[in-house]
Design a protein around this ligand. Structure first.
Ligand code: SAH
Length: 226
């Protein structure tokens, strides 16, 4: 799989893509992630990528042409399954979308900045718009890192123990059961006896009950979605 991220602040993406599961997946060759600076196609000696908004609203708008040319450069090399604009008014990212995107071959994540991007990019180039939640951030870079992370950890081999990703929250529409590690008792706080029982069947039943109880209590909406 290949992910191309288009931005005017590539520096913001350096560390999220360099460490932990995503960093290792790149090193293992499971995914290629390329970050491109849209300024490469900026206008004039200052490589301008934004301009005043028509209508006089406050805030600068990212121009069509540099984004168009950046996308054209990439599209000349390969076909893209999706060109995704990170946007607060897009569909809100969830595990289902991450699962779906993890099966694609080539995707572009386009990061806005300033006031956002010229609507014509959204109308003519973008195939999908994704938000990371109902709040506004300064740029699409952190959202793009979130989308990339949520996808990459699902690629077989990215997580050493694959069942670990499958038992995460949301994978079966439920929150996860509580987890513990050694010691079995700290400060008088005990790990539930069942987890120390060594009986995998009993443990599984307990985990399922806990997952349902936690989902009912914390996120009843997830159960209602069925
Ligand atoms: N004027 C826009 C906000 C621009 S914020 C509006 O009112 O909707 C600048 C950029 O940050 C956006 O172009 C987008 O790429 C990114 N961004 C901000 N919040 C986001 C969110 N919740 N999800 C995804 N991207 C977001």
């Amino acid at each position: 799989m290949r992910i191309d991220i288009l931005t005017v602040v590539p520096e913001l993406l350096e560390s999220p893509l360099s460490y932990s599961i995503v960093g290792r997946a790149i090193k293992k060759g499971l995914v290629e992630i390329h970050v491109h600076n849209i300024r490469k196609y900026g206008k004039g000696p200052h490589l301008q990528v934004d301009d005043y908004s028509y209508g006089g609203d406050a805030g600068m708008v990212m121009m069509v042409e540099p984004i168009y040319r950046m996308i054209e450069e990439l599209r000349a090399e390969r076909e893209y399954d999706e060109i995704i604009y990170m946007s607060p008014d897009g569909e809100i990212l969830n595990q289902g979308i991450a699962n779906e995107l993890s099966l694609k071959e080539n995707i572009i994540l386009l990061c806005g900045h300033y006031k956002g991007i010229d609507q014509r990019v959204r109308d003519h180039l973008v195939t999908r718009e994704i938000s990371v939640g109902d709040y506004v951030l300064s740029g699409g870079e952190i959202p793009a890192a979130i989308v990339a992370d949520s996808i990459v950890r699902l690629i077989p081999g990215a997580i050493t123990d694959e069942t670990s990703a499958l038992s995460d929250c949301f994978q079966d529409g439920l929150l996860s059961a509580p987890i513990y590690t050694r010691p079995a008792e700290f400060n008088g706080w005990k790990v539930p006896d069942v987890l120390l029982s060594g009986d995998p069947k009993k443990i599984r039943v307990w985990q399922d009950e806990q997952a349902i109880a936690r989902t009912k209590e914390l996120r009843p909406g997830l159960l209602a979605e069925d």
